[in-house]
Ligand binder design. Structure first.
Ligand SMILES: [Zn+2]
Length: 302
């Protein structure tokens, strides 16, 4: 298995194993402001997350300059504001991420680190770039903090001599790799489902991939069938420790999925926004006409 394991499966909107017997129809009764109420674990996770965030210090958005927004019918596709909205509601992307990135920025400013790359096996480089830019902006870091994205086809990562890789899957790396505890504290579905259900639904005639899609309710039901993975509270502290112990290296490579963030659900939201805003039934206005993207498949790399 490659580092692909750590990918929020393409952003394939679901990484884990579907729960047998998860019934379609679970999504019924979800109002715009409704709680799903079916995930016992979620509210506990949210509460724990907020308590931890308060303890550890929440994420930034310095000066409150950035404002989140719920999707609206005039949006042509996913916008950073849709994700700022999530970050407002779920205040820590990964605890310590801001501190770790601040350390990198400091080292880059001093010149002790020359380059920083995201090194990912995720096939959706469009998504990787989008979410990393949202995170950098949200924390008030310059986009130039990250010099680019390197792709590891098949998941094997080769770390150059002068570089260090931070990754939750060191077994898939050749070279100098610092193991990062896996972070799986996904944004809960009861936050995402109302946002996704507010998008314009469409019909088989409009959808370029109806067999995988089936409309918004099917999309939500399908993704809700993926079970929350257990969250290890210890992993809340990992990036703080790594920031404290940080030793500069000419080139720093960062895995993204489950190293910098738990991205499966955020990428499901990204895919839903792009799919349902882009391909609309006529009464909602025109689609862009571009037949790109699929609900299940990764966004095409761009
Ligand atoms: Zn569709």
């Amino acid at each position: 298995m490659g580092c692909g394991q750590s990918i929020p499966a393409g952003a394939d909107t679901g990484t884990s194993v579907p729960v047998p017997g998860a019934t379609p129809g679970d999504g019924e009764g979800i109002g715009v402001d409704g709680r799903l109420g079916r995930r016992q674990g979620t509210s506990a996770t949210v509460l724990g997350h907020h308590q931890n965030a308060a303890k550890l210090g929440g994420d930034a958005n310095p000066g409150g300059l950035l404002k989140g927004a719920e999707p609206s019918l005039s949006d042509p596709r996913a916008r950073p504001e849709h994700f700022y909205h999530l970050f407002e509601k779920w205040p820590v992307i990964r605890p310590g991420l801001k501190e770790f990135l601040a350390k990198l920025l400091e080292a880059k400013t001093k010149g002790t680190v020359k380059r920083v790359f995201i090194y990912t096996a995720n096939t959706s480089l469009h998504w990787v770039r989008f979410v990393m830019q949202c995170i950098l902006k949200w924390h008030g870091f310059p986009l130039s903090l990250i010099d680019g994205i390197k792709h590891a086809p098949g998941g094997l990562k080769v770390v150059p001599e002068n570089a260090v890789l931070y990754d939750d899957h060191p077994e898939n790396a050749i070279g100098n790799c610092i193991q990062v505890d896996k972070y799986t504290n996904e944004i809960p579905w009861d936050m995402l489902a109302p946002l996704i259900l507010s998008l314009p639904d469409h019909s088989p005639e409009t959808c370029p991939c109806w067999e995988q899609c089936g409309g918004i309710k099917a999309f939500v039901d399908r993704d809700m069938a993926y079970k929350d993975r257990p969250h290890d509270p210890e992993s809340d502290l990992t990036l703080y420790h790594l920031a404290e112990e940080f030793e500069p290296c000419e080139e720093v490579l960062l895995d993204m999925d489950e190293t910098l963030l738990a991205g499966a659900r955020i990428s499901a939201y990204f895919n839903a926004l792009n799919h349902f805003l882009m391909f609309r039934d006529e009464e909602f206005g025109t689609a862009t006409g571009e037949k790109e993207g699929s609900v299940r498949a990764a966004q095409p790399a761009s």
